[in-house]
Design a protein around this ligand. Structure first.
Ligand SMILES: Cc1ncc(COP(=O)(O)O)c(C=O)c1O
Length: 490
């Protein structure tokens, strides 16, 4: 599927690519750029691929090869690439007012977006705090919680998160993220975080089975609050469906149980909808699947489809009253950036007009069906799961026993080049993370499914050949696997 059809428009749009080769760009990137969330040996091994332009669901590398953006960045580009409508709105805004500080004064576009978000989200929220990225937004939510309890004279500094969850890279957000690999090099984290098991039913961390388990992973929140001390727990933070944990969909009872335990102890519920917001799971917001309303709603990524960085925290009126008592003295220079808000307004127009949340639901079902059919006989297929276009394929060494791969990083090292040869860009490993733009068409979903099936069957061949001859694995993949033994799980 990889095509050499260069993006004809790249140079017209001011690309610096010129006639410099993709390999040259890649070498420069290796030398001069820190890559996010990757070990150096992984960066060296995987390139990085340098992307120069994009349209629709496709990314074009600097030398013109075409790939399906199967993760839409990281569940960001919901409206798809090349939306001139968003670009024009940003240009108009930048010409009229590129920037004004959101401190004492603000601007029309930012106010309009705040009103629009408060109308759009289900439930009753009162105010919006804009930030540039999701980590800043989570940080803001955590500070709101701290201040709320301080104002009430009952400081509650503890926060309960979930194992395997991810909430961001800043100190507070990192501290409530449940994967130890994300915290250990920066230890000690902000004190007060503890974690309950993630709802991963196909491999229950509690060794139970649904439904006889009674959704113990959710009710374990009560034990966690009791253990931490009910008078000290200020909030629970969780994603409706966690992309970091690879799209395990909690059972129907899960979220109502979490909500009712929070209510029982007067603990605030923070929903991190940075990935699940804006249609990704087939509803506008993830918790709509469960009919549950959090006290604080955190949004990001798909709000602008990545055309400009923007995230937001929405809070209920009760919290506004607490924070207004002393004033919420917190802010970022770029809070409510007018160009970001203009991008969001135009992006929301597209999501609404083209009903992209519904398309996410349809295409998610289509992709699931095609993958399940195409991989029906694949011995390493463990699971195809998710909701809407937040999906994951789990690969296992043995489908009948669900035995895991002993070296997930070697699998990633072998698998990623195979996926790229089939024209697909996404996170590859024992869990293949998927989340293409919500604008994806039937034909594009079919092409994505076909490429994924072909790539996974090729990975299966490598796995089986490795069992018979350990040295063949590397030759088969066409490259040398890096000596990666640890790293990040995202
Ligand atoms: C669920 C979730 N929360 C928070 C974040 C942090 O957002 P950002 O990377 O924009 O700071 C991410 C990023 O991937 C995320 O997936």
């Amino acid at each position: 599927m990889t095509s050499a059809s260069a993006s004809a428009s790249a140079l017209e749009h001011g690309s610096p690519a010129g006639d410099r080769s993709s390999a040259d760009w890649s070498a420069a990137a290796r030398e001069h750029l820190w890559m996010g969330n990757m070990r150096r040996d992984q960066v060296e091994y995987h390139g990085p691929l340098v992307v120069d332009s994009a349209d629709g669901v496709y990314l074009h590398s600097a030398d013109g090869a075409r790939y399906i953006d199967a993760m839409a960045g990281a569940w960001v580009v919901n409206a798809g690439h090349g939306r001139t409508e968003i670009v024009d709105a940003m240009a108009r805004q930048a010409s009229r007012l590129p920037f004004v500080l959101n401190e004492g004064y603000t601007n029309t576009t930012t106010v309009a977006l705040a009103e629009r978000l408060l109308d759009l989200v289900p439930g009753s929220y009162d105010r919006v705090f804009f930030t540039s990225g999701g980590s800043e937004a989570v940080e803001t939510a955590l500070k709101m919680v701290r201040q709320r309890w301080a104002v009430r004279g009952t400081p509650r500094h503890k926060v309960i998160g979930r194992e395997l969850s991810y909430h961001g890279a800043t100190w507070g957000a990192m501290s409530v993220s449940g994967f130890p690999d994300w915290r250990w090099p920066f230890a000690p984290p902000v004190p007060g975080a503890s974690f309950i098991p993630h709802p991963t039913c196909i491999r229950c961390p509690l060794g139970l089975a649904y439904p006889s388990c009674g959704v113990a992973c959710a009710s374990s929140l009560r034990d966690a609050i009791e253990k931490a001390g009910p008078a000290k727990v200020g909030a629970v933070i969780a994603e409706p469906i966690s992309a970091a944990s690879s799209a395990h969909v909690p059972p129907d009872e899960y979220w109502p149980i979490i909500r009712s335990i929070c209510d029982e102890y007067g603990v605030l519920l923070i929903a991190d909808e940075i990935v699940t917001g804006f249609g990704r799971t087939g509803e506008w917001f993830g918790l709509q699947h469960w009919g549950v309303e959090p006290d604080i709603l955190v949004l990001g990524k798909g709000m602008t489809s990545g055309y400009f960085p923007l995230a937001a925290v929405l809070n209920r009126a009760e919290l506004t009253a607490d924070l207004d008592a002393d004033g919420f003295v917190h802010g970022y220079t770029f809070s409510g950036h007018p160009v970001a808000c203009a991008a969001a307004m135009a992006n929301l127009d597209i999501l609404e007009r083209e009903q992209l949340p519904s398309n996410a639901r349809r295409q998610g079902e289509r992709l699931t069906r095609l993958l399940t059919e195409g991989l029906a006989d694949c011995s390493i297929l463990g699971d195809v799961r998710g909701r809407g276009l937040l999906m994951s394929i789990e690969l296992v060494r043995d489908r009948t026993t669900m035995e895991r791969f002993t070296d997930p990083f070697a699998l990633a090292a072998i698998g990623k080049p195979i996926f790229m040869r089939h024209g697909v860009l996404c996170r590859v490993g024992p869990q293949i993370r998927l989340g293409p733009p919500l604008s994806i068409t039937d034909a594009e979903t079919d092409a994505l499914a076909a490429a994924l099936v072909a790539a996974i069957l090729e990975v299966e061949e490598w796995v089986r050949s490795e069992e018979t001859d350990g040295s063949e694995q590397v030759a088969h993949a066409g490259d040398t696997a890096p000596p990666v033994t640890a790293g990040r799980g995202r």
